[in-house]
Design a protein around this ligand. Structure first.
Ligand code: ADP
Length: 274
């Protein structure tokens, strides 16, 4: 039933949800914002964020990474970026990877990157909002947001504040067994953000002697799981010491392997559909 102002209750709800949205800076024009989420930390969310960004960048798209994993930022290290706090009258300026990916992370701004972030949730969420509103990102085709893990108030604020077009869910085989991934998926669905698909990290290990894949954590149940949720599997990444080494040494852009080809295809489709 319409209320006194001629607005239906659902219109008010929509308006309230929109009120949380933060406007980007005037020099920022991002075509697609892609969140990368996981149920918990340490599953390779940052790795997938980095690999997805590298893949789109190599395809010639203008690509950026916002490191919203404020308490566990690993993106600058993966790309060999140290302290880099540049600003001009247009706002804070992102750093650039060797390949030209624009990057912003709290680690680039703090005095000592090993200092723990001891702020409470609302302050941390505020930083993510500022990364959207106060950074001059320029023209970007795909911005990947390395989201805080889990389903707490910080990821919730990120979902509410940024115009996220879709999320990529990252999981390891063991994690699927519990309900942590499911919570992350449900959170996105409740926020009405489409799930682009799931990427399984540490999926298998290639035997160093014969090259045969070894299912370290038992046979992967990813296909069955994804099918039961009606989502697509968009990549499987093996455990590979070389991947870890390149990430540790700031050389993420040198990681080879077409692990995320299906994801790239789907992401390209998102822009073409416009
Ligand atoms: P998250 O962002 O989920 O916390 P990260 O992407 O930072 O996780 O990965 C955690 C650690 O595990 C990093 O040191 C990373 O280099 C390593 N790692 C992640 N995925 C792999 C993999 N497939 N093979 C080898 N090491 C990996």
């Amino acid at each position: 039933m319409a209320n006194g102002h001629g607005k239906k209750p659902e219109d008010f709800k929509k308006q309230m949800e929109d009120n949380f949205k933060v406007a980007p800076g005037e020099h920022t024009h991002v075509k697609k914002v892609i969140g990368v989420v996981s149920g918990k930390g340490g599953v390779g969310k940052s790795l997938v964020t980095g690999l997805a960004a590298c893949a789109m960048n190599k395809k010639g798209f203008k690509t950026a990474i916002m490191d919203a994993d404020i308490t566990g930022p690993s993106i600058p290290k993966m790309f060999g970026i140290g302290k880099a706090n540049y600003a001009d009258e247009t706002g804070l300026l992102p750093a650039s990877s060797d390949g030209g990916i624009k990057i912003m992370s709290l680690n680039m701004l703090v005095e000592n990157e090993t200092d723990p972030v001891i702020w409470r949730g609302p302050v941390i969420a505020g930083i993510v909002k500022q990364f959207w509103s106060d950074v001059n990102w320029g023209d970007v085709d795909y911005m990947f947001v390395d989201m805080p893990p889990g389903t707490g108030d910080v990821p919730l604020t990120v979902f509410q504040s940024l115009p996220v077009d879709g999320i990529i869910v990252v999981s390891t085989p063991q994690e699927l067994v519990g309900m942590i991934v499911e919570k992350a998926i449900n959170m996105a669905e409740m926020m009405k953000v489409p799930v682009i698909g799931i990427v399984e990290n540490m999926s298998y290990l290639n035997c160093p002697h014969c090259g045969k894949p070894i299912s370290v954590f038992g046979e992967s149940g990813i296909e069955k799981y994804a099918a039961s949720k009606g989502i697509d599997v968009l990549g499987r990444i093996p455990i590979d010491p070389e991947i870890a080494g390149l990430c540790d040494n700031g050389k993420a852009e040198d990681i080879e392997g077409e692990y995320l080809d299906s994801l790239v295809y789907v992401l390209e489709g998102m822009l073409q559909a416009e």
